[in-house]
Design a protein around this ligand. Structure first.
Ligand code: ADP
Length: 456
């Protein structure tokens, strides 16, 4: 069922239910009012007849019957019976003795002084009337409110007609309005169906820019922009990666070709093999970095974090780097470490955190003349802050953001070995740990990377 049909039907059901409640309520109130009004008329009629009969002796019973019959117009055949103390009929206005009464009913009238009841389709009123000699009479008046019932029936018919017409109208209007309200969604649907992977730059029409549907379109456009830029990133990543892999592979190929052109001495073969080994190592490093980047991308939702002491990680990283590069100098300043070790414990993944600090410290040593990295740990009540600084070649202001993009290398760094992937991996790892990484740098003065990670 379409949303349009659903809205129209739901709306109609609600209106139908409300109308039914109102109509039934109004009908019952009218019926009560009619009944009460008729009882009142019957009571007046009973009292008038009794008064004429009892208080005006000059009016004889035959004359009273004539008067009664001539006033039947207002209360259709209203039958009036007057009973004396001994329950004998003192007067009746109706020849046919069809009026309902019984000694019990008369006793009830005497004890309650006034009663209202029904007999078949007739309404019956019983009341007491006393004359000047204090003789009391029970008076019964009975009639069917044909006129009132007819009026009520007319109201009922009008209600039925109004009710069903209103429902039909509500369904039609519901469909029209639901269609109108959903029109922008149908339009968006139509526009979306034309958007493909190659046309992510297309944007949806945001209409009046104020209602919920406009907000949906705006958000969808934002999502398209994000998709577009991540597609672009993906594309440039693939081409950069293949370019980076091709360069050492081409170098290897030409080295082998050159080596095969002539007979070589064992020393020459050794030199060539060493050079090939170098290229091979560079390739292994690059593919490892690519693998790490891919892994960190995939781990977004699956990474299992556990409490890890940052100071211990930094010690391990220091050992590993110095083992591979004995010339490097790594100063770790633990002076600011708080006493509470929880402040330097973060929820993280050990291998990823090691990669993060290895990249930063390795870069600091690699891009500095003195090959030295200074590491500092600090903490506040929320975060653990780790800074890695050097006094190396530095980075130009306009390149500070770009160095975190995959494969970006500054022009000053081309003479150093590297692939430009390390910092993008660092950024990814920090994001995975809900942290932040910032960079301050000045050319030929040095660089300062600060990693902020929320501690346990
Ligand atoms: P790589 O070092 O393999 O080139 P990275 O992703 O680690 O790749 O770094 C990206 C670029 O950022 C480097 O090529 C270099 O230009 C610059 N960079 C990174 N760290 C430093 C640093 N400590 N000092 C100067 N430049 C740096």
């Amino acid at each position: 069922m379409t949303i349009r049909t659903k809205i129209a039907l739901q709306f109609s059901v609600i209106v139908a239910a409300l109308l039914a409640v109102f109509s039934i309520g109004i009908y019952y109130l009218s019926e009560n009012y009619r009944q009460q009004e008729f009882y009142n008329s019957l009571r007046d009629r009973a009292v008038t007849t009794a008064r004429l009969l009892i208080k005006e002796p000059q009016i004889d019973k035959q004359l009273l019957k004539v008067i009664d019959k001539n006033t039947l117009t207002t209360l259709y055949p209203a039958q009036v019976l007057v009973f004396n103390d001994s329950n004998q009929v003192a007067y009746y206005n109706y020849e046919a003795d069809t009026i309902y009464y019984s000694p019990e009913l008369l006793n009830r009238i005497r004890s309650k002084r006034y009663i209202e009841t029904t007999f078949g389709s007739n309404q019956v009123v019983g009341t007491m009337y006393s004359d000047t000699l204090n003789k009391s009479y029970a008076v019964l008046a009975q009639a069917e409110d044909v006129y009132g019932k007819e009026k009520l029936m007319n109201i009922r018919e009008a209600m039925y007609t109004g009710y069903f017409s209103a429902i039909i109208l509500t369904i039609i209007l519901g469909f029209v309005f639901a269609g109108q309200s959903l029109k922008p969604i149908s339009k968006i649907n139509e526009e979306i169906s034309h958007i493909t992977a190659s046309s992510l730059r297309k944007k949806l029409d945001t209409g009046n820019n104020t209602d919920e549907i406009a907000t949906l379109a705006v958000n969808f456009n934002k999502m398209l922009s994000r998709l577009d830029s991540s597609f672009e990133l993906q594309k440039s990543f693939v081409s950069n990666a293949s370019h980076e892999l091709r360069t050492p592979l081409a170098a290897v190929k030409s080295e082998i070709q050159v080596a095969l052109q002539n007979e070589r001495t064992p020393e020459e073969y050794k030199t060539i093999l060493n050079s090939l080994l170098n290229d091979n190592q560079r390739l292994i490093k690059l593919t490892n970095s690519l693998l790490q980047l891919a892994k960190s991308e995939a781990q977004e939702n699956t990474v299992n974090l556990r409490p890890i002491r940052i100071d211990e990680i930094l010690f391990d990283v220091q050992d590993e780097i110095l083992h591979l590069n004995p010339n490097y100098k790594i100063q770790i300043d633990f002076e600011d470490i708080p006493e509470d070790i929880n402040w330097v414990t973060v929820n993280g993944k050990e291998a990823l955190l090691k990669t993060l600090f290895t990249n930063l410290i390795d870069n600091a040593c690699k891009y500095s003349q003195n090959q030295q990295a200074d590491v500092r740990i600090k903490a506040n009540n929320q975060n653990c802050l780790i800074s890695v600084s050097d006094t190396g070649i530095g980075i130009q202001k306009e390149e500070l953001e770009k160095v975190f993009e995959p494969f970006y290398r500054t022009s000053r760094a081309t003479s150093y070995k590297g692939s430009g992937i390390g910092l993008s991996i660092c950024k990814r790892i920090v994001d995975l740990h809900q942290g932040k990484i910032s960079l301050k740098s000045e050319v030929d003065v040095g660089s300062l990377f600060v990693v902020i990670l929320p501690h346990t």
